[in-house]
Ligand binder design. Structure first.
Ligand code: C5P
Length: 399
């Protein structure tokens, strides 16, 4: 039982959905977890602390004005295996995203060493507001697991998204989280992501449309699974995650990417190569900006870049796992199979820019996974976050 003997801090904030926290708490305790409830002041208007203290078998902690609670927040954050905030109100999510500390719960969040999960609950208009959606993105980037909201009738009378996920669903997500936590925990995962830029002259380069999103989602999900991650990230504007277990190496060119990979070659357990590496680079980048005056045409002399995947494939031990990507526009499976064999990969993720809203730049991807044994599994279009989970799950099952 993944919940058994887990220490869970259950944060409850001011939302009408707080009445469901009692059922959630009951399910957690039944699953074998030890639960400490922290309520915000506003939550007390929606559910009585006595109910929660009785169900958890512990006094409910609340605001920081009790003298002995000033240092409690640090101890609590260290005690817990997970901090679960359900319901998480728009206000608490906003404070968390911006590091605002004005009560015990937000202080615990900022000092917690354990993973944090939030189950948002609010009115549809508040949920859909760009400010809330921005806060959700910030929290995801900070490694917080944001559980999906439900859709349907809301206490305000509106219909739409914003309902607290059902307690059974929250417990299911928490179980899955703890299970996943052990699948990749302590694994060292190296991820290449984004494009490379190969200088033509000081102001121009050869590049491609890769945004780095797929590799960044992989890094976020691997961190959530308990792994230590090295993210070798090419140029781009997509923000990288922030974590103590992440080493971020920003690179520009294929040669720099290769260098970064070499540094971690021996210590890595799993390689995930999502980068779109330029196959060729200008042989001799011009020292000064190339002028157009007096030219009718311009030829560039290109030389081949090293193939990072093939290098890893040729040098890895049997205990190291190599997963590459194949972005193909035709004969997807045949080309991917040939690539996997040539580069000695264990698994290859096939995607195609021909599929609607897939691959370069999009937040969604339609992938198929082909492994060394020839097993091919195709998935429907999903968010890159879910695609990342799918890929990591497939690897965890195979190592
Ligand atoms: O470019 P290609 O389709 O061969 O890329 C397939 C896989 O090889 C991808 O995982 C990509 O990240 C990797 N690759 C690489 N170094 C290169 C070219 C591709 O690591 N120079």
């Amino acid at each position: 039982m993944p919940l058994s003997h887990r220490r869970i801090l259950l944060g409850i904030t001011g939302s009408i959905a707080a009445y469901k926290s009692a059922i959630l708490l009951r399910l957690l305790v039944k699953g074998g977890a030890e639960v400490q409830v922290i309520m915000t002041e506003a939550a007390r208007d929606f559910i009585g602390p006595l109910t929660l203290a009785t169900l958890s078998g512990k006094p409910v902690l609340s605001e920081m004005h009790l003298d002995d609670q000033w240092s409690n927040h640090v101890a609590l954050g260290h005690w817990a295996d997970a901090l679960l905030i359900a319901p998480a109100s728009a206000q608490t999510l906003s404070k968390m995203a911006h590091g605002v500390v004005d009560n015990l719960l937000t202080a615990v969040y900022l000092s917690a060493k354990c993973p944090t999960l939030v189950a948002p609950a609010m009115d549809a208009d508040m949920w859909e507001h760009p400010a809330t959606q921005d806060n959700i993105r910030i929290l995801s980037r900070h490694g917080v697991v944001v559980l999906p909201v439900g859709e349907g009738p809301l206490a305000s009378g509106l219909e739409g998204p914003g309902r607290l996920a059902e307690p059974e669903q929250i417990v299911g997500e928490l179980n899955a989280f703890f299970q996943k936590d052990t699948l990749l925990s302590k694994k060292k995962i190296l991820i290449t992501a984004g494009p490379t830029h190969e200088a033509i002259d000081p102001v121009r380069f050869i590049g491609n449309h890769s945004s780095g999103k797929m590799g960044i989602r992989l890094a976020e999900e691997a961190l959530r699974g308990g792994a230590e991650v090295v993210l070798v990230l090419g140029p781009g504007s997509e923000p990288a995650p922030v974590s103590k277990r992440l080493t971020l190496m920003r690179v520009t060119t294929a040669l720099e990417m290769m260098d970064a990979v070499r540094q971690h070659l021996e210590v890595t357990d799993i390689f995930l190569l999502a980068a779109a590496v330029a196959d060729f680079r200008p042989a001799e980048p011009a020292a000064q900006k190339i002028k157009k005056e007096g030219r009718q045409s311009l030829s560039l002399d290109l030389i081949a870049n090293p193939d990072i995947a093939a290098f890893i494939g040729a040098n890895k031990t049997s205990r190291q796992y190599l997963c590459g990507f194949a972005l193909e526009t035709e004969n997807l499976v045949e080309n991917a199979r040939a690539k996997m064999d040539k580069k000695n990969m264990d698994l290859i993720v096939i995607n195609s820019p021909n599929d609607a809203q897939s691959a370069f730049g999009y937040d969604t991807n339609k992938i198929s996974l082909l492994d060394k044994s020839g097993k091919l599994v195709s998935f429907e279009r999903q968010s890159k976050k879910d695609a990342a989970r799918t890929i990591l799950q497939a690897i965890a099952e195979r190592i």
